[in-house]
Design a protein around this ligand. Structure first.
Ligand code: ATP
Length: 204
């Protein structure tokens, strides 16, 4: 985790297909803050997260991470960020444990066991992910929140498919992260969140 990290987005303009998204978007994020991206379906919320993560490039604008202009080269930001996309992004033909080991190959068995227990997946450790429910798959994806040492979290619909217990677990991880000085940008259609956040609204 980087102490006192910050993110500043200015004059951002994203184009996808023949649509202009987020034209002139600007916002900042300081250590310990959460921004929730709001907007109608198709407004560009997922696209914005992908641009910040360096998966897509903006047409115009500036992205500054902790004082460094990373607009053209997002590698510094990528090294210090965790992006969990809209799709669950887990591998169905691997077990729960193998999925987690894909990202954290040297994780200690005791650490893995405690994360699986926290997620209520301890009985599913050896199950093929394709045999799990949608909410259980989302929990496997969210195991990365428990294990991440990255500062900036970019979370696209992290609560989708989760039951109330799953939402509370994920919210708790986000709370712990911001208490440690992390930064979070998330999209969610959930109205009530149990931590402080600012809204950035994308107009369609
Ligand atoms: N792979 C793609 N190629 C071209 N255009 C795309 C692609 N993916 C999304 N788009 C377009 O970009 C626009 C924004 O999509 P995006 O997924 O970012 O919106 P969103 O706000 O996250 O929507 P939702 O709330 O439905 O998840 C939409 O018009 C969509 O059609």
């Amino acid at each position: 985790m980087q102490p006192s990290a910050s993110l500043a987005i200015s004059d951002l303009w994203i184009e996808r297909g023949d649509r202009d998204l987020c034209k002139g978007l600007a916002f900042t994020l300081q250590a310990g803050e959460v921004v929730r991206i709001l907007g109608e379906n198709g407004a560009g919320k997922s696209s914005l997260l992908k641009v910040i993560a360096g998966i897509l490039s903006p047409l115009e604008g500036k992205i500054v991470y902790s004082g460094e202009d990373v607009t053209l080269d997002r590698s510094t930001l990528q090294q210090d960020s965790l992006y969990i996309g809209h799709s669950v992004g887990v591998k169905g033909l691997l077990t729960v444990e193998e999925n987690i080991r894909c990202y954290y190959p040297s994780i200690a068995a005791s650490r893995l066991a405690s994360v699986l227990a926290a997620l209520g997946l301890d009985d599913q450790s050896d199950a093929l992910v394709k045999t799990l429910s949608a909410g259980q798959m989302r929990r496997v994806a969210l195991a990365r929140l428990w294990l991440s040492d990255k500062t900036l979290w970019l979370l696209d619909e992290p609560f989708a498919s989760l039951d109330a217990t799953g939402v509370a677990l994920a919210e708790e991880q986000i709370k712990q992260h911001i208490l440690s000085g992390g930064l979070v940008i998330l999209t969610t259609h959930q109205d009530v969140l149990s931590f402080s956040y600012r809204d950035v609204v994308l107009l369609s």
